[in-house]
Design a protein around this ligand. Structure first.
Ligand code: SF4
Ligand code: SF4
Length: 457
């Protein structure tokens, strides 16, 4: 099996896919759900229901708040109990629609059968409209509205659609499970996006540590009438990063500040492909996703992959799975490298929720920070070719111009530098802050230039 990968940097953490053999289970509905208005990149959605309204499963309850935004649908049938601020994962107030669940009565027109629909609609705009109407966003982490990403600006040409099946973060197995259990739907979703993008080369990239998924995808591709390749990828973190996938598959570099489409690439996650299938072929809005409950302080029998309704509180899932295990020192949403600490377990799941990860004290304990010994390991590990030790120094000095000149804005927050540093310097936190400072300067300059141009008109 020939394997490809990106050219520079990367690390090899233990993949710890402890829940890989856990088939997807359907999580039952709780009594109350909280649907966030800010579960996609871009402007928050605007509620279009009122307290006391009766809603059905799949009904639109909020509409896009801007060009880059997404529709939000009710995850169950019931009554709107409240609309207002509720704390998200990080403890920040975000508008949620609270739904008292009374059943699971779906809106009309949704095909809830398991029948595979392989015939793809002819009209490109109708497909895009359906993806938009169903609230599909990127489920690989960025939650960028999919209908926007699949509709490149005039002059941009998609030469290659890359489906990200790398799932390179340790512990996570939800993508792996859907690649095994919803294989053909994912392939049809890829073919739909391929059609929207004008029939470009389409590749499903899967890391070599998932041979069963590679085999299942190859079989599905062989049995379906589309032109799609399945490419095994070397196991190396962060193989699933957009820029790293593009480099591995297309041997092209996305320039500083550039978008994948600037080199002819569109990258979508396998879970997004499944959501596209359900939207276009089944008329089913994005109200479910798959989530892994895992960690090194959980016994094997308490590891799970769940199909959950979006809006179920994380605490309900944790309870259903057996409770927060003793010895869990850290709770993370996402993987251990790029995930976010769960500050509020009562937070509602959102479209992009992918895990509840419990890590033990021993695995999260870091040594005392000491001085940089200039070993260069962070630079060797950085897949973006940055110099994290230097960015750390410039951040501490508050030198925004030098941070920008040294491309802090290109950091993909992968954590490879932190993982590699023998001096236990919290490089990820510092580089994240440094990136924020550089991005703020870039945005401020762009806004000033726009204002000056408008003043001249
Ligand atoms: S977090 Fe940023 S600086 Fe650190 S290795 Fe990743 S891309 Fe490089
Ligand atoms: S890995 Fe740590 S100690 Fe080594 S150069 Fe980078 S910041 Fe310094």
């Amino acid at each position: 099996m020939s394997k490809i990968t990106f050219a520079i940097g990367g690390v090899h953490p233990d993949d710890a896919k402890l829940s890989r053999n856990c088939a997807i289970e359907v999580l039952p509905l709780p009594q109350t759900m909280y649907v966030s208005m800010a579960q996609h990149l871009g402007a928050p959605a605007k509620p279009i229901v009122a307290v006391g309204d009766k809603v059905k499963t799949g009904q639109v309850i909020a509409e896009p708040g801007g060009f880059i935004s997404a529709f939000v649908h009710s995850p169950a049938s019931g009554t709107v109990k409240s609309i207002g601020p509720r704390k998200d994962l990080a403890g920040n107030p975000v508008t949620h629609i609270e739904i008292a669940v009374e059943g699971d009565e779906w809106v009309e027109g949704v095909d809830l059968s398991d029948t595979l629909v392989t015939e793809i609609p002819e009209e490109r705009q109708a497909i895009l409209d359906k993806i938009k109407a169903c609230g599909v966003v990127g489920l690989g982490g960025a939650t960028f509205p999919t209908h926007v990403k699949l509709n490149p600006a005039p002059g941009s040409v998609a030469e290659c659609l890359i489906l990200n099946g790398a799932e390179c973060e340790p512990y996570l197995t939800s993508d792996f499970r859907i690649m095994l259990e919803r294989t053909k739907e994912i392939v049809v979703g890829a073919a739909i996006m391929q059609k929207v993008l004008g029939g470009c080369r389409t590749v499903i990239g899967i890391e070599e540590n998932k041979p069963e998924a590679i085999e299942a995808m190859r079989k599905a591709v062989a049995e379906l009438p589309y032109k799609i390749e399945v490419l095994p990828l070397k196991k190396k973190y962060p193989q699933g990063g957009e820029k790293q996938l593009i480099q591995a598959v297309m041997h092209r570099e996305v320039g500083s500040g550039g978008l994948p489409i600037s080199v002819g690439a569109v990258v979508q996650n396998v879970a997004t492909s499944l959501a596209v299938y359900e939207a276009v072929q089944k008329n089913k809005p994005l109200i479910t996703n798959t989530l892994t409950v895992t960690g090194n302080c959980l016994p094997v029998e308490k590891q799970h992959n769940y199909l959950f309704r979006i809006g179920i509180p994380l605490s309900y899932i944790a309870e259903y799975a057996g409770g927060v295990p003793e010895g869990a020192a850290k709770l993370i949403s996402g993987g251990p490298m790029m995930g976010r600490a769960i500050a509020n377990l009562d937070a509602a799941t959102v479209k992009g929720s992918s895990s509840i990860l419990y890590l033990s004290e021993a695995s999260t304990k870091r040594g005392q920070e000491s001085l940089c010994i200039r070993c260069g390991r962070c630079t060797d590990a950085c897949p973006m070719g940055l110099e994290p030790y230097l960015l750390n120094r410039l951040y501490k000095a508050g030198d925004v111009a030098a941070l920008e000149a040294n491309a802090a804005q290109d950091c993909i927050e992968c954590g490879c530098c932190l993982y590699s540093c023998p001096a236990y310097i919290p490089l990820l936190d510092r580089v994240r802050q440094a990136k924020g400072m550089a991005m703020a300067a870039i945005r401020a300059r762009a806004a000033a230039a726009k204002a000056a141009a408008e003043a001249k008109k």
